[in-house]
Design a binder for this molecule. Structure first.
Ligand code: ATP
Ligand code: SF4
Length: 370
């Protein structure tokens, strides 16, 4: 990687296709299921997940705690450990170097090694848990860089490390520091810079700004976006904060009870989210750059994955629930600019059926209020 000669702006999709003569898809996830095998039973934390990520795209994944976001991210990077196990599905990765697509879910640990750092890297929530506390930053960078490109001299690797640190707003002098000598925000930025050390195609980020204050969060996000525009990597960004994702993502997937319940372009989810859970999640977080509006929490709790309610998992908390919602699981179906798993918007019920269901829900509401 020569950062100083990297493209100033992200290539457009058609430019990428023109250069590589291939589809712009980077990751194609189909039917992914991940279970935690516990004494109490099998917990399906990711249930039949379908996702597509294009090159250079930012895909946000949002949902409350326990919706399965981290499990999904770990599965995409093949980072899950017992008791988690991928029980079904494919994670087809299309490398940008033109080599053949490969199903990451089917690779052994040794077959995965060439993909780690150089094609897929990871940024976790706690930098101190990821950085080695007893090794100076510079050495951590040069180790990673030279392990993956042994042709580089120590000085080349150090120059790249300095470039990367500067890109995230940290002076290159800090290469001589130990991680504990940096502030929390700097540690997180250093970890992001380290994740870019081998010029990956995809960076998986799990709540990378949750541990820092909002001012630092903004700075880090701006730096991630600037680096992403400059280097063109794609991102899967997991957080509970939908407002944040609406600002930085191209597309967003909303998870609830281990399933994707809505996905679509950030623009559509911003203006016309269809799923009642997505709308409730939006109301629960202050917007990052729009005027502050009244916030409201989501009544009730996320479902126990060992004891899911029959029908739509959101039904016990949904103000629009109809009788059928307590009986049948809505399918995740195509809608304009995305997909939705809600009977109100996914087209699964005919207009007549929907209006009967709404009337039945209204009658039940009126009965409850008498
Ligand atoms: P958070 O935002 O709190 O990290 P999340 O959306 O990332 O939540 P996950 O961490 O993926 O959710 O967990 C989803 C579900 O998977 C949990 O509710 C729990 O039931 C199950 N789970 C997660 N880790 C384990 C584990 N180590 N052992 C057993 N079950 C687990
Ligand atoms: Fe609410 Fe029913 Fe839609 Fe589920 S399917 S989100 S319960 S309206």
């Amino acid at each position: 990687m020569t950062l100083t000669t990297a493209p100033a702006f992200l290539e457009t999709e058609s430019e990428i296709i023109g250069r590589l003569g291939k589809s712009p898809t980077l990751l194609d996830v189909r039917g992914l299921c991940v279970d935690y095998v516990t004494e109490a039973g099998n917990i399906r934390a990711c249930d039949d997940i379908d996702l597509t990520l294009k090159r250079g795209e930012i895909l946000g994944v949002a949902g409350e705690s326990a919706s399965g976001k981290s499990t999904l991210l770990n599965a995409l990077g093949r980072l899950q450990r017992m008791p988690a196990a991928t029980s079904a599905g494919e994670i087809v990765f299309h490398p940008t170097d033109g080599t053949d697509p490969v199903d990451l879910a089917a690779l052994s640990e040794s077959e995965l090694a060439p993909y780690r750092w150089t094609k897929i890297s990871v940024v976790m929530q706690s930098a101190m848990a990821s950085l080695n506390p007893v090794i100076r930053l510079g050495e951590q960078f040069t180790d990673v860089i030279r392990t993956h490109d042994p042709r580089l001299t120590e000085q080349d690797a150090r120059d790249q490390a300095a470039d990367l640190l500067t890109m995230v707003g940290i002076s290159a002098d800090r290469l001589t520091a130990f991680p504990f000598q940096l502030s929390g925000g700097m540690q997180q930025r250093a970890l992001i810079a380290l994740s870019l050390a081998c010029d990956p195609d995809l960076v998986l980020m799990d709540e990378p700004t949750t541990a820092v204050d909002v001012v630092m969060q903004r700075q880090i996000l701006d730096q991630v976006l600037a680096a992403q525009q400059r280097l063109g990597f794609a991102v899967v960004f997991v957080t509970h904060d939908l407002s944040l994702l609406l600002e930085i993502s191209d597309r967003i997937a909303i998870m609830y009870g281990g399933k994707i319940v809505e996905n679509g372009t950030a623009a559509r989810l911003h203006g016309s989210a269809k799923h009642p859970y997505t709308r409730a999640l939006r109301q629960a977080f202050p917007p990052l750059s729009e005027p502050v509006r009244r916030l409201s929490g989501i009544a009730g709790s996320p479902p126990d994955l060992l004891d899911l309610p029959p029908g739509c998992a959101f039904a016990p908390r949904c103000g629009s629930a109809m009788p059928i919602c307590h009986q049948r699981i809505p399918e995740l179906r195509d809608i304009p600019q995305g997909r939705s798993a809600c009977f109100l918007s996914n087209g699964e019920l005919s207009e007549t059926e929907l209006s009967e269901q709404k009337s039945a829900a209204d009658s039940q509401d009126q009965g409850d209020h008498r």
